[in-house]
Design a protein around this ligand. Structure first.
Ligand code: TRP
Ligand code: ZN
Length: 889
């Protein structure tokens, strides 16, 4: 038979067709042995449309890196003349309408560094099948619209692998000779192969239980290595909160009797929602005050919830094809964001999410890898686990929620889950359910799914004092993106109010508002005019409250307007936003001054605004801490036309230093007050304490940047005495970034101390790596090169790669973008190494280089040259090729 090579080809949504064959039942036997693993797959298959006349009887199964040992149909071994194997498939020339297919393949998981399919992480075997990893385990119809019941038997050495797990419920187990044993699992819910999982290892188990709303008892288990059993309480508590929340808010109950989580060290992403057997990156499970920061605690809670929520939004109702990825990811991110908001402060959570969206997703949307939330094509699906699919996808669901209101949205989700339970469906099916329960038309709204790019609203306001009329002229545009030049207008829900001298003004808008103080305008046209009546004073408009749509908004606020909004807007998010805009304007002005070579001076209004925040005891501490965070260099870069790395860095450092100096007393007072208060209570990762620590450590960073000698003492004492990782790592970061602490040897001593203390905790060592990779002092590349040589660094572990290489490339612009291009060459070297080991991780590392067009010509050329170097690399993975190719197009 014909042999073909796997090649990089583009797959299009418009070419989707339903599968020709289905698999009703998948019976696997996985024999784990040191030299090789044997996988026997017995598939009960049938033709999808048996009455269809014509067509061929050829069957093509997906499979990669497999050694085929045997293939039989209905117990008759096939003659090699009747099948063929290519680099990515097994083709059988003729099959009956209904048949049993059995294959035996051999694989070598011990050599699998891609962390996709079956692989080893430290001493255990584990799997990662989303999106297309199952084809590296056995020949299969590896597509989400082929759903089967799975029965899985795992066989391994009993001593080294006492725990054998797979999806569903355990049904049998037994002993074999030579010290081997086996266990069989049955998953009664039909599922696509990407939700398959198995684990074998020597694992300890933390157990708990949950009683569902209908009174069923669910056994909850978290499996980890023995040394880590003391780090699982928070994950377990988070799981139970998530289960309760999903019952209360969505009426969704867990379905199996058993829910398992396994933590592994080597993992490409955060975690995976395999049915009944979630596999997690240790970084998203472990949490203990001494070793985990507050941010770490919050991430564990969010990711545990996210994966749990997938049991309905993803597993019970799954995706028809990978173009629908956001169907499960956007919806599930929205669900976990609402959960986190309910567990803590909704405004804080919203600010954090919007910051991520506006910094990272907007940058993606404005660059060469921009794609719609429902992409029209892709080469390598692993490249599409993006901020656009996840975060923008979630924003779209949030807009639907806002347009429908909580009650109708719940009715829509009920209908969606009920109607499509057990099915593989599309984004359109989700929207149709929402449309049906509300009677609302979603035609134009769906442009959000089909068009890439961040829409921009340009608004001008005009107050006519004589007629008491306030007129808004609103223009929406959306820049061209690779897949589409001219955009149709979006439906943009613009939540807004008008601020007067005494607070929110009543709004009078024909047919829309009759005295309410807030409304949601639906912007649908390229140009629209809105006229408010009975406006008795010149208002300050408050637009996009709660960030009601993922857009950029231009309105010519004066700085005084922003100061007003910052202290008096009734919307908490917009109070933060006003502060953010104020600081952004001030920083942009400093950037221009730096470029013009004029002296830098900081606008007093920002200083006074910050002073107000620091001295006003009524403002929520978490909000104060957020508002005191100046817009990041990454955000300044995103909003810039051309990214002037030096100017941005120097402007922001100047502002930090100046604020630290001018407000030294205020920062000092805030530091001491919160520090004293915290010392009286044992650590908990509660919202209140997290806010205090965040405020205190923000103050500490300003003070050390300002050069206060006393602050260095505070940092050093906090570093030595802290009983929790938040304070300890914040103090260490303050020392590491302080010139004085470096010159005095204090920073180096603290770093050594820290490593000595935590060298046996890989996740803490990662914090230690990251904080050094992020050090903004000169000499960054040399520091990073030294870290790569460190005994604890391991390029085959994605967490380590993220902590050192990605942290440097994406979080340390001033050191990465040196004028000689050394940072670019370094990153490219690493990508080339990783391209062979782990293409998914290699491909993600290309991100900073993809933005080359936004840099001044000299740097742009240097970045581009490295992309071209990558393109010339032999054996470039599909993953890296796709991103590089798009970046140069
Ligand atoms: N579905 C996973 C999530 O919840 C994403 C994921 C986990 C993933 N591991 C992966 C995607 C590996 C691609 C490759 O978000
Ligand atoms: Zn997910």
């Amino acid at each position: 038979m014909l042999f073909r090579d796997a090649q990089a080809k583009t797959i299009h949504l418009k070419d989707y067709h339903a599968p020709d064959y289905l698999i009703d039942k998948t019976v696997l036997r996985i024999q784990l042995k040191d030299d090789e693993t044997l996988v026997t797959a017995a598939l009960s298959m049938r033709r999808a449309q048996p009455d269809r006349k014509g067509g061929s009887n050829e069957l093509t199964l997906d499979g990669q890196e497999l050694e085929l040992r045997k293939v039989s149909i209905d117990n008759t071994e096939l003659d090699p003349a009747n099948y063929g194997v290519t680099a990515d498939s097994l083709i059988i020339s003729s099959v009956p309408d209904v048949f049993e297919l059995e294959t035996v393949v051999a694989t070598k998981p011990q050599n699998n560094t891609s962390l996709e399919g079956l692989y080893k992480s430290s001493k255990m075997y584990c799997t990662q099948c989303e999106a297309e990893g199952f084809r590296k385990i056995t020949y299969y119809l590896d597509r989400p619209d082929v759903m089967a019941e799975f029965i899985t038997t795992i066989e391994a050495d009993k001593k080294r692998y006492p725990i054998l797990l797979s999806n569903g419920n355990p049904v049998a187990q037994g002993e074999l000779e030579n010290g081997r044993h086996w266990a069989t699992w049955h998953d009664p819910f039909k599922k696509p192969a990407y939700l398959f999982a198995m684990v074998a290892g020597d694992l300890a188990c933390i157990e708990d239980s949950f009683t569902t709303m209908s009174g069923r008892d669910i056994d909850l288990r978290i499996y980890v290595e023995d040394k880590d059993v003391d780090k699982c309480d928070h994950a377990m508590a988070s799981l139970k909160s998530a289960m309760t929340w999903d019952e209360e808010v969505y009426g969704r109950e867990y379905d199996l009797e058993l829910f398992m989580v396994v933590a592994v060290d080597d993992f490409n992403m955060g975690a995976m929602e395999n049915k009944g057997l979630n596999i997690f990156n240790t970084s998203c499970v472990f949490a203990k005050p001494e070793t985990t920061t507050d941010a770490g605690f919050q991430r564990v809670e969010a990711v545990v919830a996210h994966e749990y929520f997938h049991n309905w939004s993803g597993n019970r109702v799954t995706c028809r094809d990978w173009f629908q990825l956001s169907l499960k990811e956007g919806f599930t991110v929205f669900r976990d964001a609402e959960f986190s908001a309910d567990m803590g402060s909704p405004t804080v959570k919203r600010v954090e999410d919007v910051n991520l969206l506006r910094t990272m997703q907007f940058a993606e949307d404005g660059g060469p890898t921009a794609h719609p939330v429902q992409p029209a094509s892709f080469m390598e699906i692993s490249n599409f686990y993006t901020l656009t699919i996840y975060e923008k996808g979630s924003e779209i669901v949030r807009m639907i929620h806002a347009l429908l209101g909580a009650e109708q949205f719940r009715a829509g989700s009920d209908l969606y889950f009920e109607r499509h339970d057990g099915q593989a469906v599309t984004i359109e099916d989700f929207v149709a359910a929402m449309s049906e329960v509300s009677g609302r038309e979603f035609g134009q709204f769906q442009n959000w799914y089909r068009q890439a790019g961040t829409p921009r609203l340009a608004i001008t306001g005009d107050y006519n004092a004589a007629d008491k009329i306030y007129r808004l002229d609103i223009k929406q545009t959306c820049p061209a993106t690779p897949e589409c030049e001219k955009k149709a207008p979006f439906l943009i829900p613009l939540r807004m109010g008008l601020l007067g001298s005494e607070g929110d003004l009543p709004l009078f808008l024909e047919g829309k508002a009759n005295g309410e103080t807030e409304l949601v305008l639906e912007i649908t046209e390229g140009e629209q005019t809105i006229i408010f009546e009975q406006v008795y004073e010149q208002p300050v408009p408050s637009f996009l409250r709660g960030f009601s749509a993922p857009v950029k908004l231009d309105f010519a606020y004066s700085r005084d307007d922003l100061v007003q909004l910052m202290s008096r807007d009734s919307d908490g998010f917009n109070r933060w936003e006003a502060c953010n805009q104020l600081a952004l304007g001030v920083l942009q002005e400093l950037v221009s001054a730096y470029l013009a070579g004029t002296e830098l001076s900081l606008d007093k209004r920002l200083i006074e605004a910050y002073r107000g925040l620091l001295t006003d005891p009524t403002t929520d501490k978490a909000m104060v801490a957020l508002m005191l965070n100046l817009p990041t260099e990454a955000y300044l870069s995103e909003v810039a036309e051309v990214i002037e790395v030096e100017a941005i860095h120097q402007a922001r450092q100047f502002a930090r230093r100046t604020l630290g100096q001018v407000l030294e007393d205020e920062f000092m007072a805030v530091y001491q007050a919160n520090d004293a208060q915290l010392k009286d209570q044992p650590y908990v990762a509660s919202g209140e304490q997290i806010a205090m620590r965040s405020l205190k450590n923000t103050a500490l960073a300003y003070l050390t940047q300002g050069g206060s000698a006393m602050a260095l003492e505070f940092a050093s004492e906090q570093f030595q005495c802290a009983d929790n990782m938040t304070d300890s790592s914040a103090a260490l970061a303050a020392l590491v970034n302080s010139l004085a602490a470096n010159e005095g040897g204090m920073a180096e001593a603290a770093l050594q101390d820290f490593y000595q203390r935590w060298q046996d905790e890989p996740l803490v060592v990662n914090l230690w790596f990251q904080l050094q990779a992020w050090c903004l002092l000169p000499g960054g590349l040399d520091r990073v090169l030294a870290l790569l040589e460190h005994e604890a660094f391991d390029i085959s572990n994605p967490n380590k790669v993220r902590a050192v290489i990605a942290a440097f490339g994406m979080g340390n612009a001033i050191n990465f973008h040196t004028a000689d291009g050394a940072g670019y060459t370094f990153l490219t070297d690493q990508i080339i190494t990783l391209n062979k080991l782990n293409p998914q991780i290699a491909s993600r590392l290309v991100t900073p280089l993809t933005k080359w067009r936004k840099y001044p010509p000299q740097r742009a050329e240097l970045m581009k040259a490295q992309l071209e170097r990558l393109l010339g690399e032999p054996a470039l993975s599909k993953d890296v090729y796709e991103i590089v190719n798009k970046s140069l197009a």
